[in-house]
Design a protein. Sequence first.
Length: 67
Amino acid sequence: MFIFPEFGRMIIVGLMILIPVCLIYKKAGFHPAWGLLVFLPGLGLLLIFLQLALLPWPNAKKTEADQ
């Protein structure tokens, strides 16, 4: 009986982390499911930062300098 409030808090905190990350991926043009990487300890956050920093974003506008 005492486990449920802790489980409910874990779900709420998890959603408070997952929803903004998924929105960032969606605005960048990637599939929002990539946001699930945030739950991989250590390696997940590193992969998120590397992917968003180094890969070209599908929604990025092409300029003359890029071509």
